[in-house]
Design a protein around this ligand. Structure first.
Ligand SMILES: [Zn+2]
Length: 319
């Protein structure tokens, strides 16, 4: 492999670009400013009362804004929920019918890539082929996607305002590009990727070709959400429904690999272990992607049904 494996400390897998809630941050800063101002202007009882009143007002204003943002988000998400239901409900499975009586299981070592970037490109072609068949069979335009396998030690700028470094694994809607670092992919492949949140908590262990496949298929899932117009990160107060849906989409692709008799023993386990490994318990965070078991279950839901409509429920449930 051209990517020399090496230990990288800290940080979880970044499957979505992070974000800040400006609606909440600005009033908080205002509140702090008022507190400082009230201390600075004197210690008289009236001053203190007035300062308290101002703090109360600022807090009420903040709560109002948060409630408004929340309502607005729920409204838009309900809209997305209806749209995704319509689109995914209408998608028919385009992969060949199952031949469960004698599945052809190739011997291990199908993927013996000379370089990790060649392996990533192979994977992407396969995933792209699945979605192209699925969408075009349903009279929808074939998806388009760009990819950037970030070379070791050579971080790339992205259209999403942050740098794709050696830990990169995300889809950027602005430039319609999947960024996966060759170093990160090689570490996953070799089972030496460190700092995955679920794995740190004792869930799963990401290793093997299908661990990498799961990550690429998940990121491709975000492209599909974009293509179908069911995802707009800027309106999402919570990333989780879309993240679980992308896991479900990854499961759909894994099902197509199975249906074609190309799934090897251990592949599915590698994918579900990787899904467990990238889950976390930071449930209070708006960018929370789902707990380890939620992520594994979403992947399995897609895999077991092979039916795109099985993946509509994640966004519906939250609407
Ligand atoms: Zn994601």
């Amino acid at each position: 492999m051209s990517a020399s494996p090496g230990a990288i400390d800290g940080g979880g897998i970044r499957v979505r670009p992070g974000g800040h809630d400006h609606h909440v941050r600005r009033p908080l800063a205002l509140l702090l400013l008022l507190l400082v101002a009230s201390v600075a202007t004197g210690c008289g009882t009236d001053d203190v009362d007035r300062a308290r009143e101002r703090v109360r007002e600022a807090r009420a204003d903040l709560e109002q804004r948060v409630a408004h943002t929340r309502r607005e988000f729920e409204r838009r998400r309900a809209e997305y929920g209806r749209r995704i239901e319509r689109i995914l409900g209408g998608l028919r499975q385009a992969v060949p019918s199952p031949q469960r009586t004698s599945p052809v299981v190739r011997s291990r070592g199908r993927h013996e890539p000379e370089t990790i970037d060649a392996f990533l490109t192979d994977l992407l072609r396969d995933i792209d082929g699945y979605w192209t068949r699925t969408l075009t069979a349903n009279d929808l335009p074939a998806p388009s996607i760009r990819y950037d396998w970030v070379p070791p030690g050579r971080p790339h700028a992205t259209g999403c305002g942050h740098i794709a470094d050696d830990r990169a694994a995300f889809y950027c809607p602005t430039d319609d590009t999947i960024y996966v670092a060759q170093q990160f992919a090689a570490d996953l492949y070799n089972g030496v990727a460190e700092g995955l949140p679920g794995e740190r908590s004792g869930y799963g262990r990401a290793a093997g070709d299908f661990a990498v496949a799961y990550v690429v298929a998940h990121e491709y899932g975000h492209d599909i959400q974009q293509e179908l117009g069911i995802f707009d990160n800027s309106t999402s107060a919570s990333a989780e429904p879309f993240e679980l849906q992308a896991d479900c989409f990854a499961g759909l692709w894994a099902n197509s690999v199975y249906e074609q008799g190309h799934l090897e023993p251990g592949d599915l386990r590698e994918a579900t272990d990787a899904a467990l490994a990238v889950g976390d318990f930071d449930v209070g965070n708006a960018q929370h992607h789902g707990t380890p078991t939620e992520r594994r279950d979403a992947l399995l839901a897609g895999f077991r049904s092979g039916d795109p409509s099985a993946c509509s429920r994640y966004v519906d449930a939250a609407a």
